[in-house]
Structures are given as C-alpha cells and as structure tokens.
Design a protein around this ligand. Sequence first.
Ligand code: ADP
Ligand code: MG
Length: 401
Amino acid sequence: MAKMTVRDLPVAGKRVFVRVDFNVPTDGQGAITDDTRIRAALPSIRYLREQGAKVILASHFGRPKGKVADEFRLTAVGRRLAELLGAPVQKLDDCVGPEVERAVAAMKPGDVVLLENVRFYPGEEKNDPDFARKLAALADLFVNDAFGAAHRAHASTAGVAAYLPAVAGFLMEKEVSALGRLLERPERPFVAILGGAKVSDKIGVIENLLGKCDRLLVGGGMANTFLAARGLNLGQSLVELDQVGLAKELLARAGDRLVLPVDVVAAPAVEAAAPRKTVGVDALGAPGALGPTDKALDIGPATVARFEKEIATARTIFWNGPMGVFEVEPFAVGTTAVARAVAISKAFSVVGGGDSIAAIEKAGVAGRIGHISTGGGASLEFIEGQELPGVAVLKEKVRAL
Ligand code: ADP
Ligand code: MG
C-alpha cells in the first residue's frame, strides 16, 4: 500500500487518536447482535497497546443527527470491547471538552479510552474544522482504521488529518491493499461477478470494472434489465425500465466480456412453495415461456455451469451481489453454486456487500475467500475507482531513492 501505516511511525508513549468503525448492529434494545466490526479493530488496538501507546478510540454509532441521544451511546460497545480485548476500556460520556481532556491527560501507556459517539456533534458530519481541531487536540497521531466510514469526509475520518500526522490502521491497510490489488494489478484472467437487485445501485461499479476485468458475469435482478435491453420479454421480473438504455450502451461497449444468464428460474411468487420453472433466455418472449405473473428469481443451471467455467479459470475474482433472491431457499441455488465455485477456485478472491457476505456465510465457505470486504458503501465506492476521503488524507509512504 502506498499509504503509511501504524507500523511506520513510533507510537510509544504517544496519544493516538484511532478512528474505528464500531457502528455495530443491535437488536433495538441496545444488545449487540454482531460484533464483527469490533473484532476487526482489535489488531490495531492490540498493536498500539503492545507498543506502549495511549489509545483513544472514536467512532460513530447510528444516526443521532448531531444531538445527544441515549440510545446511540457507545457504552455497550465499550463493554464488549473490554471483553474481547481482555483489558479495561474507559468509556467516556463525551468526545471533546474538559472532562475528556482530563481523562486523556491521566492515561498511561497501554491504556484504552473510548470516546462517546462523535455524531452527537453536528460538526462531525459537517467536517467542521473547529470540531476536528478539538478532537485532534486530544492526541499526537491519527490512525484511521475505519474503512467502513472512509467514503465520508467527516471530522473524525478526514478533518483531524489537517492537525495530526495520519496513518492507516491494520484493517484499513488490509482493505485498501486487497481492493487496490483488484484495480491496480490483477492477475489475469480477472473475473468480476455482479448481482443484486438493481443496475442503478451499481452503475459506477459496472463501468469501472468493465475497464479492468476480462469477464463480467452478471446475475440477479440486475441481469433482467440487461436481458430486457437485448429485447427479451421478462414478464413480471424486476426490470428497471429507465436503465434499459444504459444497459444497451454497456452491452455494446463490453462485447463478449459481459456474460449474461443463458437461463433463469422463474416463479409466480417469491415463496418457497411457488411452482418454479427453468426457462432458456432465448425462449423469453415466446408464448407461454413465462406465465402472466412469472418473475425471474434466480439464474438457471446452464448459467451456473457457464459461470463456474469462467470462475474456475480466473486468477482474480471480485464478487458483489447475489445471483437470485437467495433469502428464499429455492432461489438460493445459483448464489450458493457461485459461492462454492469462488471458494474452490485458486484465484485471489474478494467478496463485498452485506447480502453477498451473508450468502457466503450461509454457504459455509467464508474461510476460503481471499478477502471479505466489510466496508459496504466504502468498498463499492473504492471499486468504482473513487478516492475515499478517509484514505486520501493518510500520509504517503516515502519511497527510497
Ligand atoms: P449486496 O448487499 O451484496 O451489495 P444487493 O443489496 O445489491 O447485494 O442485492 C441483494 C438483493 O438483491 C437481495 O435482497 C436479493 O433478494 C435481491 N435480488 C437478487 N436477485 C433478484 C431477482 N432476480 N429479483 C429480485 N431481487 C433480486
Ligand atoms: Mg444489500
């Protein structure tokens, strides 16, 4: 990675402001339902403690919209972090101000302080320089480990870098190197697999990947719009009529690099008990191919075979978006097959997107994926080729002459 990391600067005895992404899901009563994001920050926190740094953690949590709101306090997160870390975590009730300053002044090397939700202040999302300066005044160094928030230019993700030397944490480094490897120097063939509901969600991703990959396999609801652009009749399937023109253009530009389903599994309802049929796409539009209420809800077996063949020869794979309505068992077949194919391939594989990760986990193959990108929106913006503000502010590595 071209950016400096926490390894590149001496941190012993230093006060280090670490932006983490502790925006964990909860059950609505305040109990944490998935602590993946807290676990993901542990390597940086452990390293800093071992090196004798004073670790000042900051995160957003939910959408309190610039006001103090008890349901968005980080208290439960602090408790879980202490358990996972096996060390005390001093959770403060504010993120700036005299009490915070006093607590930080009393810190010893190896201590961990968790500041209160930075979004309790409107200056956070506005990237207000005054607020950023107050946060920065607590520390000597800025470590950004919140990849999931790196696509936002907020005070604690980008603004503080105006006042402190800024470097990447280990999670940030891992994400940026894995995603960067796809875009900068993929081993070929580079096969991208895109699915999910809509083309409109992922136009930037499609456009950028088309310029980088050797094959773009398209499945899921998104494929319907491309099939419609080929003049096929998709019945009651999810088709974005306003994207058909763009899909036509992309098809013309991509030529045979863009691979569409050759068959689909259709049913009149998104229900496990609904009668299903497999229809070859060339038959779409022929009378009786699809019933009046039929929708394409998964890729068919011939498509799975075609995609498996491409995946098997790939050296680099990026996958985002399920191949069908995988939440309903009978329509998860295509997605599960693709998950397995990606898992057994020898390629360097990266999977991103909340639903795609859920599908990988459901298929039981998460351990065989090269990199599971937990960044959500940040991962997709990175793949679009955009420079993320939280990455842009980090110091460049000094290259030896
Ligand atoms: P990710 O979270 O991995 O980025 P998306 O949110 O873009 O993925 O897409 C996932 C959603 O797409 C799922 O809810 C799934 O049901 C839906 N989907 C996939 N295929 C179809 C289809 N053929 N018709 C309607 N919805 C679909
Ligand atoms: Mg999703």
